[in-house]
Design a protein around this ligand. Structure first.
Ligand SMILES: [Fe+2]
Length: 217
């Protein structure tokens, strides 16, 4: 599945650029706080999948892929921040899904349309008091037709707000994470480009912090 859009016009960058010319007053205001809501914030294919679980049942971590899943183990985690980029936000639901090592959204169930379309490797979390979340999974592979980089789709929903997607998690210095990719980043929720590490158990580590977007209403 692809995103609904990848606009080259980046409100965030526009605002950041303007900040360079700012007055002393505006320098005191975080750039993100000055960002206007995106007109297409809620344009989203598959956002309804986030509602397939009751937020009351969710914890801050979930297993997307069990030990039986082929692939290199990966721990994807992060922290969700408010518009100021500083304040952690508790209770944000995050839905994640990604391809398997063959680049396919495979082995979904009949539970729902999005279970079938997103495949088996999907799950939900809800941020803790420090805004933290984590998924234990495997590292995805690019689509079989190699039309894009390996990626993890992420969708967020704040309490009482409409769901939106944020920039996919992709992996620095990997296939198709190049200048043309960077040129089309939307920076929804901040950049999705992460640098993989490895923990003492040999598990890949990826940190994708999310800065929530301003809402149009
Ligand atoms: Fe995808």
């Amino acid at each position: 599945m692809t995103k609904m859009s990848r606009r080259a016009t980046l409100l965030g960058l526009t605002v950041l650029g303007a900040t360079g010319l700012a007055t002393a007053w505006s320098r005191a205001v975080p750039a993100q706080a000055m960002q206007r809501p995106r007109n297409d914030l809620y344009a989203c294919e598959g956002c309804e999948a986030i509602d397939e679980r009751d937020p009351a049942t969710l914890s801050a971590s979930a297993i997307l892929a069990g030990p039986e899943e082929p692939g290199e183990r990966m721990h994807l985690s992060g922290q969700v921040f408010a518009l100021d980029g500083i304040t952690p936000v508790q209770g944000v639901v995050i839905y994640a899904h990604h391809t398997n090592i063959d680049g396919l959204y495979a082995n979904g169930t009949a539970e729902s349309e999005w279970s079938r379309r997103n495949g088996r490797l999907r799950g939900w979390v809800k941020t803790d008091a420090e805004g933290r979340y984590a998924f234990d999974t495997i590292k995805p592979a690019p689509y079989p037709d190699f039309t894009g980089p390996a990626h993890v789709h992420l969708y967020v929903k704040e309490a009482g707000r409409q769901t939106y997607y944020v920039d996919d998690v992709v992996f620095e210095s990997e296939f198709k994470v190049d200048a043309s990719y960077r040129a089309t980043q939307e920076f929804r929720g901040g950049s999705g480009i992460v640098r993989l590490g490895k923990d003492s158990d040999g598990v890949l580590t990826a940190v994708r912090d999310i800065r929530l977007e301003p809402h149009p209403v």
